[in-house]
Design a binder for this molecule. Structure first.
Ligand code: NDP
Ligand code: 2IT
Length: 452
C-alpha cells in the first residue's frame, strides 16, 4: 500500500507540472495547491483514486473559450474587452458557475474559480458540474445603456457554448440581476427559444427563484452558525466583521442581524465603514443596490455611529466572527494576526478564496473555526440548481420552501465536511473535509464514466 507521504510526493510533482503547464496563472496554482495538498489521505486509502490520469484530468478543463467582446460606449467609441468561459468538469451535471465582470479578470482567475466550483457544486449533492466565465469589462461608472450593449455583445458569442443541458451561467462580481436580464434577453433573441434554465439569478416573474439573491449570504451565515454550534455557541450577541458591500455582503449582514448578531462593518475597494450600532441595511441597500454608490456615502448619511476609513483593513476591527465577502486574497497573514489578537472565534468565507494560504494556516493553528468558501458559500449555487429545477418543471416555489431547502443543504454540507475531516484524522479541519468530500463525489463519477 502506498503511504500518505509517498502519495503527497506524487501530488507535489503534479503541482510542479501544473505550474509549468499553466504559466502566469498564480490564482489557479493557489487553488490547485489548496486542494491537492489535502488529498493524500484519501488517495493513499483508496487505490482507485491513484489511477494514472485521474487527478491529471481533474486539473485540466474540459474546454476553455476566449473571445473578443467589442461594444460602443456612450460617446460612440469602440471598446474591446475579452470574454471567457471555462467549462471545467461535467461529470456530475451541466457546467454551472457564475460570470465575473471585473478589470482583474484573466484566464488564470477564471480557472481558479472554475476549479473551486467543481468541488463546491459536488458538495451541494445536486447534479451540477463546474464552470466559470466572465470578462475584464469594468461596469463601474458605466451607464445602463453601456452595460446593456456590452452584455448583448458578450452573449452574441457566448450563446453558442451554453444551454440548459450544457452550461448554465449565473452572476458573480459585477454581474447581478441587471446584467442577467440583458444577457437573457439577448440569448432569447438569438436562439428564438424561451429556455429559462440557461441562466440563473433571473428576475422574479420571468423564471428567477425566490431567495436566489439572498442565498449565498444567508447560506454562509448558516454555515458559520453550524461551526459555532459544534463549539457549543450560537450567533446571538456575537459581533461580526463583513467585507464587501455587494450581493454576498448585503445578505450576509441581513441574516446575521436576523439571527441576533451585530454586523458592524462593510467595505468596497475605496475603504471600509464601521458602524457601532450595526449596519443599517435599508441605507446600505439604497446606496449600493439603487444608487450604485460608494460606502463613504453610507457613513456620511448614517450619523454619529458610523465612520468611513479610506483604504485600511476591515480585519483590524475587533469581532467574534469574520465573514470575508469581497474578493480573493483579501485576508492575509497580517489580517489573520489582527483577528486572532482580537479573539476571533470563526472565519467563514462568503467570497471565493478570500483567505491566503498563510492566513488559513495561522487561523487553524490558533484554533479558529475556519469555513472554506467551497463549503461555506455553496448556498448561492445550490439555490441556482433549485432555480434550474423550478424552470424545468415550469413552476415556482414559495420563499419558505426555497429557504428550507437551502438550510437543509447547508446543514448537510457542514455535516459532510465535519464527518469527512474526522474520517481522515483531521478533526475540525473543514478545509480537508470539504476538499476530500467534494473530490470523492467527482472522482467516483469520473471513474465510472471512463477516460474522457
Ligand atoms: P458584487 O459585485 O455584488 O460585490 C463585490 C464587492 O466586493 C463590492 O463591494 C466590491 O467593491 C468588492 N470588491 C470586488 N473586488 C474587489 C477588489 N479587488 N478589492 C476590493 N474590493 C473588491 O459581487 P458578489 O457579492 O456577488 O461577490 C463577492 C464574492 O463572493 C466574490 O468572491 C464571488 O466570487 C463570491 N461568491 C458570489 C456568489 C454569488 O452568488 N454572487 C456565490 C458564491 C461566491 P467595488 O464595488 O469597489 O469593486
Ligand atoms: O461562486 C459561485 O458559486 C457563484 N458565483 C454562483 C454560481 C451560480 O451558478 O449560481
Amino acid at each position: 500500500m502506498t503511504t500518505r507521504s509517498e502519495t503527497q510526493t506524487t501530488l507535489d510533482h503534479l503541482l510542479t507540472e501544473i505550474e509549468h503547464r499553466n504559466p502566469a496563472q498564480p490564482e489557479f496554482h493557489q487553488a490547485a495547491h489548496e486542494v491537492l495538498e489535502t488529498l493524500a489521505p484519501v488517495v493513499a486509502a483508496r487505490p482507485e483514486y491513484a489511477e494514472p490520469g485521474l487527478i491529471e484530468r481533474l486539473v485540466e478543463p474540459e474546454r476553455q473559450v476566449m473571445f473578443r467582446v467589442p461594444w460602443q460606449d456612450d460617446q460612440g467609441r469602440v471598446r474591446v474587452n475579452r470574454g471567457f468561459r471555462v467549462e471545467f468538469n461535467s461529470a456530475l451535471g451541466p457546467y454551472k458557475g457564475g460570470l465575473r465582470f471585473h478589470p482583474s479578470v484573466n484566464l488564470g482567475v477564471i480557472k481558479f474559480l472554475g476549479f473551486e466550483q467543481i468541488f463546491k457544486n459536488a458538495l451541494t449533492g445536486l447534479g451540477i458540474g463546474g464552470g466559470k466565465g466572465g470578462s475584464d469589462f469594468d461596469p463601474h461608472g458605466r451607464s445602463d445603456a453601456e452595460v446593456m450593449r456590452f452584455c448583448q455583445s458578450f452573449m452574441t458569442e457566448l450563446y453558442r457554448h451554453i444551454g440548459e443541458h450544457t452550461d448554465v451561467p449565473a452572476g458573480d462580481i459585477g454581474v447581478g440581476g441587471r446584467e442577467i436580464g440583458y444577457l437573457f434577453g439577448q440569448y432569447r433573441r438569438i436562439t428564438n427559444r424561451w429556455e429559462a434554465g440557461v441562466l440563473t439569478g433571473k428576475g422574479q416573474g420571468w423564471g428567477g427563484s425566490l431567495i436566489r439573491p439572498e442565498a449565498t449570504g444567508y447560506g454562509n451565515v448558516l454555515f458559520a452558525a453550524a461551526m459555532l454550534r459544534e463549539r457549543g455557541e450560537d450567533l446571538e450577541g456575537q459581533t461580526a466583521v463583513v467585507s464587501g458591500s455587494g450581493n454576498v455582503a448585503i445578505y450576509t449582514i441581513e441574516k446575521l442581524t436576523a439571527l441576533g448578531a451585530n454586523a458592524v462593518t462593510c467595505s468596497d475597494s475605496s475603504g471600509y465603514v464601521v458602524d457601532e450600532k450595526g449596519i443599517d441595511l435599508d441605507l446600505l441597500k439604497q446606496i449600493k443596490e439603487v444608487e450604485r454608490g460608494r460606502v463613504d456615502a453610507y457613513a456620511e448619511r448614517r450619523g454619529a455611529s458610523a465612520r468611513f476609513v479610506p483604504g485600511g483593513s476591515v480585519w483590524d476591527v475587533p469581532a467574534d466572527l469574520a465573514l470575508p465577502s469581497a474578493t480573493q486574497n483579501e485576508l492575509d497573514e497580517n489580517a489573520a494576526t489582527a483577528l486572532i489578537r482580537n479573539g476571533v472565534k470563526a472565519v467563514s468565507e462568503g467570497a471565493n478564496m478570500p483567505t491566503t494560504p498563510e492566513a488559513v494556516h495561522l487561523l487553524q493553528q490558533a484554533g479558529v473555526a475556519f469555513g472554506p468558501g467551497k463549503a461555506a458559500n455553496a448556498g448561492g449555487v445550490a439555490v441556482s440548481a433549485l432555480e434550474m429545477a423550478q424552470n424545468h418543471a415550469r413552476t415556482a416555489w414559495t420563499a419558505e420552501r426555497v429557504e428550507e431547502e437551502l438550510a437543509s443543504i447547508m446543514t448537510s454540507i457542514h455535516t459532510t465536511c465535519h464527518e469527512t475531516a474526522e474520517r481522515y484524522d483531521a478533526p475540525g479541519d473543514y478545509v480537508t473535509g470539504a476538499n476530500i468530500a467534494g473530490f470523492e463525489r467527482v472522482a467516483d463519477a469520473m471513474l465510472a464514466q471512463g477516460v474522457i
